[in-house]
Design a protein around this ligand. Structure first.
Ligand SMILES: Cc1cc2nc3c(=O)[nH]c(=O)nc-3n(C[C@H](O)[C@H](O)[C@H](O)COP(=O)(O)O)c2cc1C
Length: 205
């Protein structure tokens, strides 16, 4: 198994999404010894925003690109190659202002490419990145899985929608939540890990 680990928190050892993603990967490695892990740290090596030159390069056929456009397209080509090479993708996703961190959005903007990761057939979108499992290791200060703030969760629904658009339909969301709430923060990670065990046991079967 090739596991792709997408890190988007800049908080290193303090990060709950990183701890949760590492726990998921640890379990996957236990279940499938010999797997490889490729880590793409978006916090330390962010993808650039899609500015004019990059957009032009993505919509210009490769043979027609200028040297400048070739360089601009390389970020996207590299990100897509990593996704295509992976059997399992683990995405660390902190909740920032109800959505995903901008570094994670920039990565998504680089992996969604018409004709490469999705296409339209008879007016209907068809995802071209298929046969992979995705885990989203989500971390939030408050509780968003249920209760009054649930409708403000634009992390899990958005990631599920955009990943499914490119063909990644087998997505499991694991939440470490309430990390900013006294009384919940100490047990939040353990609770998330407890939900994880049966899911990963099923995966191994
Ligand atoms: C810029 C920023 C915005 C945040 N916005 C929210 C928010 O809207 N709601 C919330 O519950 N927590 C919010 N938080 C708290 C984070 O979701 C929480 O600290 C989470 O653990 C961050 O993930 P990490 O531990 O992997 O870095 C925010 C944190 C930061 C740094």
């Amino acid at each position: 198994m090739n596991i792709l680990n997408i890190v988007s928190s800049p908080r290193g050892d303090q990060s709950f999404s990183i701890k949760l993603a590492d726990a998921i990967i640890g379990k996957l490695l236990e279940d499938t010894p010999g797997s490889t892990v490729t880590t793409r740290d978006l916090a330390t090596n962010p993808f650039p925003h899609l500015e004019a030159a990059k957009l032009q390069s993505l919509f210009t056929p490769a043979p027609d690109r200028t040297p400048e456009q070739q360089l601009a397209a390389k970020h996207s080509d590299d990100a897509i190659a990593e996704v295509q090479a992976a059997d399992i993708i683990v995405i660390g996703a902190p909740l920032y202002n109800f959505g995903i961190p901008s570094v994670l959005k920039a990565w998504i903007d680089h992996i969604c490419r018409a004709g490469i990761t999705f296409k339209y057939v008879n007016g209907q979108p068809q995802g071209l990145v298929t046969g992979k499992k995705v885990y989203i290791a989500m971390a939030s200060g408050g509780i968003y899985s249920e209760g009054p703030a649930a409708s403000n969760d634009f992390v899990a629904p958005y990631l599920q929608a955009v990943l499914s658009f490119i063909g990644l339909t087998d997505v499991t969301v694991v939440r470490v939540e309430g990390v900013s709430i006294p009384g919940l923060q100490d047990t939040a990670l353990a609770k998330a890990l407890a939900t994880l065990q049966p899911e990963l046991a099923d995966e191994a079967i």
